[in-house]
Design a protein around this ligand. Sequence first.
Ligand SMILES: Nc1ncnc2c1ncn2[C@@H]1O[C@H](COP(=O)(O)OP(=O)(O)O)[C@@H](O)[C@H]1O
Ligand SMILES: [Mg+2]
Length: 569
Amino acid sequence: MKNEKQLIKIFERINGRGYKSYNDIKGIYDFEFFTLHIDHVQRDPFAGPSLIRITTGSKSFPEELIKTDNQRIAVSDYIGRKFNESVEKHSDNKMGSGKSGLIHIDSGGPEILDRTSVNISPEELEIRFSVGLPASGRRILGGKAKILFSDMIPVMVRDSCIYQNICPEDLLEHVLIHEDSEFLRQKLKEMGLVAFVRDGALLPRESGVSEKTLNNGVPFKSPETLKISLNTPNHGVVTGMGIPEGVTIIVGGGYHGKSTLLNAVERGIYNHRYGDGREMVVTDPKAVKIRAEDGRRIENVDISSFIHNPPLNKDTSKFSSENASGSTSQAANIIEALEVGADLLLFDEDTSATNFMIRDERMQKLVSNDKEPITPFIDRVKELKNEHEISTIMVMGGSGDYFEVADTVIMMDNFIPYDVTERAMEVRKEIPINRKIETSSKFRYNNRCPVSGCIKPFKGKKLKLDVRGKTKIMIGQELVDLLQVEQIVDTSQTRAIAYTMNYISSKYINGKLSMDQLMKKLNKDIETYGLDVLAPRGRRYPNNIAKPRIFEVAAALNRLRTFKVKGCQ
Ligand SMILES: Nc1ncnc2c1ncn2[C@@H]1O[C@H](COP(=O)(O)OP(=O)(O)O)[C@@H](O)[C@H]1O
Ligand SMILES: [Mg+2]
């Protein structure tokens, strides 16, 4: 192993030369209190930046803070944020041309996710980040490189990787909140709940495109009848609203906070960091948001429980479309989620197809059942609960028909929830309706086996797996749109999904394993080998992927234009 002095010598030697000479710095260097690994050197100042790792002992961190996987995820997350803060304070991205001087670490947004940028274990702490090596045009700026590596990076490491230099109370709270959120989520099942919203939580965001907490939002306050008290390991008794299993309807006037509550429930599959407002707002980890998504592709999905005998008589038990309608896309989204194990479905009337959700008494009279291919969700929702143990939470401000099937009715009034279940049942009696349940067969969903070779990650001979922001993945020749897969929260998850396509394609997809089996294998591999296992060859130490759920991985597969399955079982 070389040392810091030798690295500086190289910088002096290659100063003023062509960019290619930066290749000479590839290698491992011993610094005063850490080891520097230069794994990849960029081709020019405008290319993807160089990849750097720092390894150092983790001994300065208290052992009891890094015992469990959950603790290690939270501590790693915290260190990444601290490193990033230090980058913002000390780095200088005007060191030269292109990305010269730019340092980037994948440090995340409001959620605490398992990600590859920081890895702490009782033995070692590893930080992965990227650096733009400084140059003027294509000429190496050795002096600047020396400042970057000898002055700046050590400060960033010092600020984030040494326990004595960070605020211990702050870190502790970060870990404790994460642990308690996990605890609460695990409690849900045994309490017969599907979600828990903590009293005092701040759910609204600054705007539709911002994840920042809205200032002066009305804090959440549970109705007495739904209030649950739980004794958490770290924060004592925590109270909040427990949403029971079954069918829950969220009603209320427009702008009273219905969608905001549902969004918080949607995001409750992730833990939020201290200060976000949604800490300890937790949801069943198998919750999937379902929406209409016209235009998406569908590949051999059995949507016959919702759509049957459409004009032109397509067989809807093996329904495919290059350009699905609102209702068929929503039906497919449900079946595909159930296929990989979803047990809580979330709907918002704002993003649902009306004809998929409801079909009222008058319409049943006017348009007879044999002329309507759609069996609305209202006719399946009870069956899903009773026979398949699948719960539903739905925002439905526009139709009282759902009172017929609801177990719990929550009304949002000026951002405060009220339990109006009893009142809704009275209204049901006062204004009886005679709509009929129009199901002719039992609810069913299929289990498809992707055929080998249907994922095509190569463009010519080159592996192409990339992202365009959070909502699109490039895979081979294809751009896959994930804009409406709403529970992806981080570009690093999207990138992991892109990698996953390649991983399961080369490793498991063989025409015999079902979607569910594939996803189980994937999860098991991530659990056993860590997220790094997903990285394609040549990217041995990925520095910017975060763990996606299998539901979002499956969603991406289902949206590939090349995706092909055969039915099994
Ligand atoms: N607790 C709250 N405090 C303050 N503003 C809120 C709160 N909840 C929601 N809002 C804001 O009120 C507006 C309407 O909320 P939304 O959830 O979209 O209502 P709905 O779905 O009932 O029409 C949004 O701009 C949202 O940010
Ligand atoms: Mg709304």
